[in-house]
Structures are given as structure tokens and as C-alpha cells.
Design a binder for this molecule. Sequence first.
Ligand code: NAD
Length: 488
Amino acid sequence: MLLTTKVETFHNFIGGKWIESGSSKTFQSVNPANQEDIVGVFQASNEQDVQQAIEAACQAFPKWAETAPSKRAAILNKAAAILEENVEKLAEELTREEGKHVTDAKNEVLRSAQTLRYYAVEGQSFTGETFPNDDPNMKVSTEREPLGVVSVITPWNFPISIPARKIAPALITGNTVVFKPSSDTPLIAYRLVEALHNAGIPEGVINFVTGRASEVGDLLVTHPAIRAVTFTGSTAAGEDIHKKSSFTTRTQMELGGKNPIIVMDDADIELAATLTVNGGFSLTGQACTGTSRVIVLKEVKEAYVQKLIEKTSALKIGNGFEDGVKIGPLANEKQLKNVLKYIEYGKEDGATLVYGGKQLTEGQYGQGFYVQPAIFTNVTPDMRIAKEEIFGPVVAVIEVGTYEEAMAIANDVEYGLSASIITNNLKVAHQFTKEIQAGTVKVNRTTTGNLINAPFGGLKKSSTSTFRESGRVGLEFFTQVKTVYVGY
Ligand code: NAD
């Protein structure tokens, strides 16, 4: 890893120019593996900056909406090529800023490039329908139009791929964007905007404002020119934004999860344990679709828990630049405190901590936010670790007697993002896909991971469930439909 000696200051991007915030204040992006490593200095923006960004986006909108789709696509493709050409550097920056392993960071940058390319193609053939009718001299069809100015607000856990899957469909359909990334990961977000700029995006089409939600969040959501807000983050923030936004503002909220994996009595135990480790502990448990509950049939519980401990204890914890590291630091101090708090809740509520759960502070760990992955058994469905989102490497194992009991528990939470079952029984597998309350449903696969070309989103409090992200349907959110009747 190259540690830069001089810390660079990065600007907002408004109306095609890199500019300082009117607040004259800045904040630092810090490496969660080593708090002495300052990744960059960013603008602590205020409402005037947001106002300026929205005005720039409004001004740019009419021309961008009229720009040929093939020209919009060419810009996305060129930005994708820029990300790919710079993948090594960008992955290094992402790891320094967020903590995930550099291989995962590289994959995320490449996936973001792939997302831009995907929407460059899909967006060019996204169109309306024609409707047969009884009048031989009338044609009825729908047309899709861009909405206008869209706010894009994103979290730190996938700090370039989530923005890419929102910004690409917004741009290809002719909208202009004001983008506010998480203050934990502004650099990789900056790089995405920089790639679009270097690819030739006209001024004002994408605008970038960094800063605290408490300073800039409200205006991004309530300004009358904002036609849509696409947000990914916590359920609490999503509910707040959804309530604040006006009747004429569309919202797309992708929120928290409490994702279960059900291990049936016929399950391949080796596979079940591997999928739990991958789903629960990769990205240090900080995936919205991460496995946080395992609901296991009593016949196989002992064998499963033994395998799970064996596999978890083999995971190397450390800096995302070290070979073989599977668990990096948590992304920030707030995350560390929250995870440790839930580990205490688990003990207080009577669950048994059978593995891990300790903060690591020795040697290099002392400079970062490290915690051992934690496995709890004897968890009951009413415990806090079984109901509330932790967003860290903590897995709660709940033993049940029947499939029906497993399903009742799986569905008895306020979230419905992702869920999986491990079984070789086709009937049970299909029954599960029908009965589970989740937007992403898997059989013999991890709860994590989704395709670029398939819809993604949650049910219940995991999403506003209005419009899905990803895939072709991901374009719908950014367009409005007009039905046109032409008599001739
Ligand atoms: P967060 O809600 O704290 O912040 C997300 C973004 O929203 C940040 O940019 C933040 O500055 C901004 N923000 C926060 N409150 C706001 C408000 N009231 N108005 C406007 N903007 C506001 O979330 P986080 O800690 O960055 O991310 C972790 C959360 O994200 C977890 O709950 C996780 O489940 C969720 N997440 C969901 C998905 C999904 O697709 N469902 C994907 C990734 C993460």
C-alpha cells in the first residue's frame, strides 16, 4: 500500500466546475484500519452549495433530456473505460477509505464500470408500449420521459457500486443529478464523478456535494425542483426522507435488513456453514443483505454450529491490503461501538456467545476498528440480536423443530430484504420462495449478492417497495409515462 504523505483536498463539483464549499469548512476521510492515515480532505457543504448544485442541474436538464441517447450512452461507456483503466489505484483508495479487502474493492470498481456499460445499452432501448384498440384510425402508445433533477444519496458500504446503479439509469434516461455520498467514503464517489467529467459529461448534468446529512440532507429532499430522491441507507434515515419529501417527489428507499438463512434437516452442512460465513462475515458483516440470523432444524444444529465455528475461526482478520485477509476493520467508530453494543445485548438477553465477539486492540489492530466475528447460539426470536439490524459480523443461531416454525420466525421481523434456505428438498425450496417475506429469495446460495441485470429491493421496512433498483426495471424509477392517443 502506498501511503501518500501530503493529504489532498477535494472539491465539490457544481455546474461543471470543481469548487470549494461556501462554508469554508472541510472534513477528513479517515482509514478505518489506521486512523492516522487521512485519505483526503472534503468540503463540509452547506445549503447554499446544495442550492447552487440544484440550480445547475435544473439549467442543464432541458438540453440533456434532448441529447441523443447514443451520446448519453457514449459518455457512460467512456466513464466505464476510465474506471477500468484506473482500477488498481481506485481499489487502493477504496480500501483505504472503507476497509474492505483490496480484491473486493477491485471487484466493486469493475462492477461499477459494468453497471455503466449495462445501462448504456439497456437505456437506449427502454421505451413505451403500443396498445391495440377498437378505432382503426387511432394509435395509442406510452412514451417515457425523464423526470428532471434527481437527488442521489448513498451509504459507505458499497460506495461506488451503489452510486453507479443509481446514477447510470438516471443519466441514460435524460435526468440530471445532484449526488451526495456518505462522509465516510467521499473519495471513491468523487472518482466516479471525475470519470463522468473526464468522459465529457456536459456541465450541470452531474453535480457532487459532500457533507453532513444534518447540513445538506433536508434541501436535497425538500427542494421543489427535486423530482425524485433515490436513497440507500438505514431504515431510520429512509423513513425520515420519505416523510419529508413532497407529494410530487418520487422516492426510492433501499434500507436495512435482518436476513435469515434457514438450514433444513436435509441440508448439506458443509455448504450451509460456508454460505453463512460468506453471507454473514464477508465485508465484515456490513452488507445490507448480510446473513444475521440462522434458523436451523434441531436435528442438524450441533453439526452445523461446529462447522460454522471451525470455518469462522479460520478467517484471517486484518488490513485489507494483506494477503488472505477475510475480515477487515469496521468502517468507522460508530459501527464498532454499535457492534460491541449488540454483542453485549446478546449476552444480557441470555444468548450464548460460542465464538468471537471481542474487540481487537493489540499491535496493528489498535489503530483500527477491529472486532472478531461473533456467533451466538441459544438465541430466541424475541432477543434484540434476533430482531434488530446490527450491520456487523454477528450471527444469531436460532434452533427450531419444524419448517413451519422456521418460517414463522423468519418472517417475524420488520425487515424483508434477503433470505435463503439450504435444502435439497424441491418441495420445501419452492414453498419457501412462496412464503418468505423478502425481496431477494435464494435457495442454496448466500443471502448476499445480486445481479446487475436483475431487479433488487426489499419488502416491508427494507424498501419503499415502489420501484426496484438494478436491471431493466431500474430505469422505471427515473422516467414518467405519458399515454398518447393519436387519431388520423
Ligand atoms: P445512513 O442512513 O446513516 O446514511 C446513508 C446516507 O444518507 C449518507 O450519505 C448520509 O449522509 C445520508 N443521510 C442520513 N440521514 C439523512 C437524512 N435524514 N436526510 C438525507 N440524507 C441522510 O446509512 P449508512 O450508515 O451510510 O449505511 C448503512 C445502512 O445502509 C444500513 O442500514 C444498511 O442496511 C443500509 N444499506 C441498504 C442497502 C440496500 O440496498 N437495501 C444497501 C447498502 C446499505
